[in-house]
Design a protein around this ligand. Structure first.
Ligand SMILES: O=c1ccn([C@H]2C[C@H](O)[C@@H](CO)O2)c(=O)[nH]1
Length: 235
């Protein structure tokens, strides 16, 4: 995705700006962002009698991003009442960083700027990971963001240095006839199958456990499908 249609983003931001709820500041803001799968997500500012509770337009964009399927923000346009680009406030830069990373572009009155320019030396999940050694949220790698919600995760036991562990892999196919196949991502090893299932559910609602005897169980969202009628239970 190389070409960003800034005109279209700014038009979407200007449109949503008109829905802002701003009885206190009378300063409407609209924001629209391109997601890495081509979606456009929008938000407007929403104020409150408790002034400090105000939600910025960019907050709405981030909520809409997750509410409509997640992914990564690629480019954002934020506008004021005149339709001119407005720079995101400090708090919103932190929100944009989390959801778009250093390469996410933000429209300005000059050239678009990268988030790395708008929030240099940013604090983020890597700082937490460096201390705790744990990735606090199961994150799908950027290169696979477009596959989120698709394919199948197979969780299965494996042997590692003579020990039984659990691992998983994410497969492109969702079991449909003639669908493209191939492994998208291999998971790490865990002691507990529940962790393999959690890893899977962060990627796709279609999670399957294949136990040591090769029996297949449903560990995905919703009711087990016809071809995998038995739900996995940990005991
Ligand atoms: O980047 C910004 C800056 C300000 N505002 C809103 C918050 C408040 O409602 C109004 C005035 O600060 O503008 C945003 O939505 N985004």
């Amino acid at each position: 995705m190389t070409e960003i249609d800034w005109e279209r983003l700014r038009a979407a931001a200007t449109e949503v700006m008109r829905h802002a709820y701003v009885p206190y500041s009378k300063f409407p803001v609209g924001a629209a962002a391109l997601v890495d799968d081509g979606r456009i997500v929008v938000g407007c500012n929403v104020e409150n009698a408790g002034y400090g509770v105000t939600l910025c337009a960019e907050c709405g964009v981030v909520s809409s991003l997750h509410a409509t399927g997640g992914g990564r923000l690629v480019a954002m346009s934020c506008v004021d009442a005149t339709g001119e680009p407005l720079m995101p406030c400090g708090r919103c830069r932190q929100l944009l960083w989390e959801n778009g990373g250093p390469d996410c572009l933000v429209e300005t009155k000059g050239r678009p700027l990268r988030m790395a320019e708008l929030l240099p030396h940013a604090f983020d999940v890597a700082d937490i990971e460096a201390v705790t050694g744990e990735h606090p949220v199961p994150v799908v790698p950027d290169r696979l963001a477009a596959w989120r919600g698709r394919g199948t995760v197979f969780a299965h036991p494996d042997m590692s240095a003579g020990q039984q562990v659990w691992t998983a892999y994410w497969e492109r196919s969702a079991g449909d006839e003639g669908a493209e196949t191939g492994v998208l991502e291999e998971g790490p090893s865990w002691d507990d199958p529940a962790e393999a299932i959690t890893w899977g559910l962060a990627r796709t609602p279609r999670v399957v456990v294949v136990d040591a005897s090769g029996t297949i169980f449903w560990a995905g969202e919703g009711e087990p499908p016809m071809e995998i009628p038995v739900r996995w239970s940990a005991s």
